[in-house]
Ligand binder design. Structure first.
Ligand code: MG
Ligand code: MG
Length: 629
């Protein structure tokens, strides 16, 4: 059976459900084929022939049967049994109509490490496989008893020198052990029988446990899967790239979502690998996000007025009214907030589902059409309102929680505001701006979607994953992942939790799903900003005195400084180079979303993670306060 060149495949173990559900999800996501994981078949009520017929109906190829364990180097009294087992699986493969099987390196204590014996075993296996038209791929498990490195597996396959015996490369097994990817250059592409890919967070953990529970999709972890794939493509290998993901979360997530993300991750990693090689790719390159041009809030008319008052105390000026819609523009420095009080259209529908909320963000890009083309290639849906095909003032993509990501060409920004909005002169003389730009946008997402949204930002805009943090909310643990453009001009943080009473979880519950929860604004003078906010009557978050006692101990601030920070609710963190980070927070609007003001000194690249627990505890104190109109 010919295998589609450069195709995408997925191992059934990566997906939740029965074998039928796994196959249906893989087909729906557009995979050309699957690896049938033995346990999925054994547990299935379908006969192998029924599985084959279902795959035929779905248009899926069975590209690999796996795994066959503990074959090579068995002592004499167990050797024949291993070959008998292999013959039985070859029979099964004929029923499934697959020509490829994965033999992983032996983990048995009884296995012999004798290379000559292992080579003999594979040579005989090769003769038997060849009679059936089968290719056997040998995979070095990272925890194999004698063979646990793809360089050793290749040395054996090379010595076996049999057309029916090749090597299988699995990025997790290689990269988890830190094996240099350029070692793949020693392998001719036609000896690579199959390629399995997985990423993983970088953890210091037992390899087997790490592999079985924490693998994730390329673009979701910290392994250099892109460079690994580049080395594989460099060999001339043009077979499928296949996902083999053991992940506790994926075992319970909707199979459809994991399959769709999986397909996207393979397209992403292939594109990234081709770029590393300087070869043409069918996908437009990632366009950097140049910054957040605006944040749009959905609010009903009376909420809109309250929001406006709140924005005014936070230093924003009403500076424009939409020419045709109930939409206002508030500005501070280079920051634009848009309040959409229309009673039809996207914002209205979003508000109906989520309450007053951030329903969209606008991102400046160099070439929005290139972003749209890349999004389409990645299967990221564009927002196309009914009845207005092609007439959108700004194209938009679906984002977190069903919110929108508008795309604005940087050279059209000023024209766009002028065209859509009637300017309003501020009634008071415009005060000096307190803040001048958006530092980051913080989203809260369901834990099930936490990795999904990381892949979205990384694959679409080429954002880089930065500090991952576990933040302690008084009611439970929150996972936080920061992503940013290479120059830091655009940053998002994703926060997720399973703990039901955390601020993040309550945000999800009240807002009926994920979304942006806070907007952090940049200032060059946090003290002047905080003082102005205080003087203007902004509702700011109070920080307990104990925090400042601790700060005195950690950083040696003098009493006057600490007193000033305490009176203004300013938090502080410092990196290893002594570069500081200053923050203060507004109280949450209807306990839903809030603002942060930050000052970054020097090269401070984090988000004040050591302060997050204090901030969350302070916010928690206000959770029972009911804001009435
Ligand atoms: Mg594998
Ligand atoms: Mg923040």
């Amino acid at each position: 059976m010919p295998i589609a060149r450069n195709s995408n495949a997925i191992a059934t173990v990566s997906l939740r459900g029965t074998l039928e559900e796994k196959l249906a999800a893989a087909a729906a996501a557009g995979f050309a084929g699957v690896e049938i994981f033995e346990n999925d078949l054994i547990g299935s009520a379908l006969t192998p022939r029924e599985v084959k017929s279902m795959m035929d109906d779905l248009g899926l190829a069975c590209m690999l049967y796996q795994p066959f364990r503990d074959f090579e180097g068995m002592p004499d009294h167990l050797r024949q049994r291993a070959f008998d087992r292999a013959e039985r699986k070859f029979d099964l493969m004929a029923e499934l109509n697959t020509d490829r099987i994965l033999f992983c390196s032996n983990c048995q204590p009884a296995a012999l490490g004798d290379r000559a014996r292992i080579v003999d075993d594979f040579r005989e296996l090769g003769d038997r496989a060849a009679q059936r038209g089968i290719i056997v791929g040998y995979e070095a498990l990272a925890w194999g008893r004698h063979i646990n490195d793809h360089r050793d597996a290749w040395a054996i396959v090379e010595a076996v020198d049999h057309p029916a015996i090749g090597i299988i490369l699995d990025s997790f097994h290689s990269l988890s052990r830190g094996i240099p990817s350029d070692s793949i250059r020693a392998i001719p592409g036609n000896k690579i029988a199959f390629v399995q890919l997985a990423d993983a967070p970088v953890l210091d953990m037992d390899l087997l446990y790490w592999s079985r529970h924490f693998r994730n999709l390329p673009g979701q972890g910290g392994l250099e899967v892109e460079a690994y794939v580049a080395e594989i493509l460099r060999t001339g290998y043009d077979g499928p790239l296949s996902l083999e993901i053991f992940n506790d979360r994926f075992r319970s997530n909707a199979a459809r979502m994991v399959a769709e993300d999986g397909h996207r991750s393979l397209d992403y990693v292939r594109d990234a690998a081709l770029r590393l090689l300087g070869r043409p790719s069918t996908m437009p390159p990632p366009q950097p996000a140049l910054g957040a041009e605006f944040v749009e809030f959905a609010a009903e008319a009376h909420d809109s007025a309250r929001l406006g008052s709140s924005f005014a105390t936070l230093g924003f000026d009403l500076c424009g009214e939409h020419r045709h819609k109930r939409v206002t523009r508030w500005r501070q420095g280079g920051i634009n907030l848009v309040v959409n009080a229309e009673n039809k259209g996207f914002a209205s529908a979003y508000r109906a589902a989520h309450g007053p909320s951030i329903c969209a963000i606008g991102i400046r890009v160099r070439d929005r059409n290139a972003v749209l083309a890349r999004a389409a290639a990645l299967g990221i849906k564009a927002y196309n309102p009914e009845g207005r095909p092609g007439r959108m003032a700004m194209p938009a993509l679906r984002g977190v929680g069903g919110s929108l990501v508008y795309l604005i060409d940087e050279n059209e920004v000023e024209g766009l505001w002028a065209r859509e909005f009637t300017p309003i002169e501020p009634s008071d003389p415009m005060p000096a701006p307190h803040a001048h730009g958006v530092d980051h946008l913080a989203a809260v997402v369901h834990n099930d979607e936490f990795l999904s949204w990381q892949l979205y930002w990384r694959s679409l805009f080429g954002l880089e994953a930065r500090a991952a943090q576990d933040v302690i909310d008084p009611s439970g643990l929150v996972h936080s992942q920061a992503l940013q453009s290479a120059d830091g001009a655009f940053r998002v943080t994703l926060n997720a939790t399973d703990a039901r009473e955390t601020l993040s979880a309550r945000f999800l519950e009240q807002g009926l799903g994920g979304g942006f929860q806070h907007v952090a604004l940049t200032t060059d003078d946090i003290f002047a900003t905080a003082q102005a906010l205080h003087d203007g009557g902004a509702a700011m978050l109070e920080i307990p005195g104990n925090y400042y006692d601790d700060l005195a101990a950690r950083f040696g601030f003098d009493d006057a400084m600490l007193a000033r920070m305490a009176s203004l609710g300013i938090l502080y963190d410092e990196d290893a180079n002594g570069d500081g980070f200053w923050q203060c927070y507004s109280r949450a609007f209807d306990k839903l979303f809030f603002f942060e003001f930050v000052q970054r000194d020097g090269g401070y690249a984090g988000y004040g993670a050591p302060n997050a627990g204090v901030r969350l505890t302070a916010q928690n104190r206000f959770r029972e306060v009911v804001v009435t109109d």
